[in-house]
Design a protein around this ligand. Structure first.
Ligand code: NAP
Length: 412
């Protein structure tokens, strides 16, 4: 264990702007709101951070895990950090301070032994049996070049939702991935400030053994962004670039990322998958992993809640509906289907309370939620309600699910 630090010395927590993929996980996870961001960087407020480490395990890239011993009065402020393109080097402490008496403050390394449950609604650890993920094999400074081998639309051509299934091939270069992980795409060109674009993060839609089993490739589910969350016209730099790619085009890729939103790897594990729109990408990856081993008898149960505006705007509708019903229990929540009442995934969780409760009672069940940020609260409320109906205390179950890495959110 590290010796306690002198009172005038701060072990300052910093985020590496060169590795950070701006996914917002750290800001969401921080239990005391010490992390903030602007359009350039994610930064840690030295006045607030207490080194609790809650944000470190969930960071998909490890950019969060940077520390500098600083004279407390000279700590890097927020404005300074927001302007960084790279982390400053280590500074030597004045000799007198290195020898100063110890403070009573707990050191961050001690806090790490028992990190607190974060402010985030989901787990910050993977399920116990998840396979080992590789992360950061390719970085902003050293990306890899992939080749587009497929790009086709997976929503009705007459709808506004232009969602593409894009297959990237890595040729001879190693790119080991797991379901639930993501990659970063570096769009060509520069932003309004003349800086190269930051990477944009996309979840894998294919399982660990490739979009086509045995091939060194993977797939993504990408929605062409033409408006922002408020409905105003906006041009998504990376989504439009990706949706317009042709076969044999080259793409700069970094990653893989993600070490918590991973599927259990032990036999007869059940998955409850709750998604909206392109948040279906990791659910497709996990479902395909199970489908490929259907003959082995190792699978647990799959319960899917999938929300989209209409059937024709639901990505992969055709292939999904061809899956055997004894393999996956499919529940579609359509919000704008003509002649039908508006339904959200949380409504269907309530409708299927018995099935959800039965799976929740089994410690082999993991829950994955991916898609719109707005559904987080609704899904948590629905889960609370179905457990309460059975006389169970949701807060106890919720804490257990988080501690055991059995409840995962990836929402934007
Ligand atoms: P969308 O079409 O805007 O919405 C999908 C469905 O969710 C619609 O039926 C919508 O209903 C419904 N919805 C809206 N608010 C809801 C709420 N509060 N609770 C439950 N359902 C709600 O979805 P999208 O544009 O595809 O967006 C998917 C999200 O997934 C994006 O935020 C994206 O960033 C994220 N994501 C993408 C990936 C990827 O790899 N591409 C990975 C992870 C996450 P209405 O009729 O009310 O709109």
């Amino acid at each position: 264990m590290n010796a306690p630090l002198p009172a005038e010395v701060l072990k300052q927590h910093l985020i590496d702007p060169e590795i950070c993929i701006r996914c917002n996980t750290c800001e969401e996870t921080c239990p005391i709101k010490a992390i903030t961001h602007d359009s350039n960087n994610y930064v840690v407020d030295p006045e607030i951070c207490n080194g609790c480490m809650a944000c470190v395990p969930p960071c998909p890239t490890g950019a969060i895990d940077n520390w500098r011993l600083m004279v407390r009065t000279e700590a890097y402020g927020l404005q300074e950090q927001l302007g960084w393109e790279e982390l400053p080097g280590e500074k030597a402490l004045p000799e007198a301070m290195a020898a100063a008496p110890a403070s009573d403050e707990p050191d961050a390394t001690e806090a790490a032994i028992a990190p607190p449950l974060s402010a985030a609604p989901g787990a910050t650890v993977p399920p116990w049996s998840a396979a080992h993920p590789y992360v950061n094999l390719y970085t902003h400074k050293a990306p890899m070049t992939a080749t587009v081998v497929g790009n086709y639309r997976v929503t009705g051509a007459d709808t506004e939702s232009d969602i593409h299934h894009i297959v990237l091939d890595f040729g001879e270069l190693p790119f080991p991935v797991l379901e639930g992980q993501s990659i970063g795409i570096l769009p060509p060109g520069v932003d309004a400030q003349g800086r190269p674009h930051h990477a944009r993060q996309y979840s894998l839609a294919s399982p660990r053994d490739g979009e086509r089993a045995g091939y060194n490739n993977l797939s993504l589910t990408v929605k062409r962004v033409t408006e922002d969350h408020a409905g105003a016209a906006a041009h998504g730099v990376c989504s439009n670039y990706l949706c317009d790619l042709a076969k044999n085009d080259k793409v700069q890729v970094i990653g893989p990322f993600g070490n918590t939103f991973l599927m259990p790897n032990h036999p007869r594990a059940n998955l409850i998958m709750i998604c909206t729109g392109t948040g279906s990408a990791p659910m497709r990856a996990m479902t395909e992993r199970y489908r490929r081993r259907i003959e082995t008898g190792e699978n647990g149960r799959l319960l899917l809640f999938f929300g989209a505006r209409t059937e024709r705007e639901l990505p992969y509708f055709g292939p999904l509906m061809k899956l055997p019903r004894d393999f996956i229990d499919i529940n579609l929540a359509l919000s704008r289907e003509t002649g039908q009442p508006k339904r959200y995934v949380q409504d269907l969780i309530r409708d299927r309370a018995d099935a959800v409760r039965e799976l929740l009672a089994d410690r082999n069940t993991c829950i994955y939620v991916c898609g719109l940020k707005g559904m987080e609260l609704g899904v948590l409320d629905a889960l609370r309600e179905v457990t309460l109906q059975a006389g169970q205390d949701w807060s106890i179950l919720h804490d257990a699910l988080r501690r055991e890495g059995r409840l995962h959110f990836e929402t934007y």
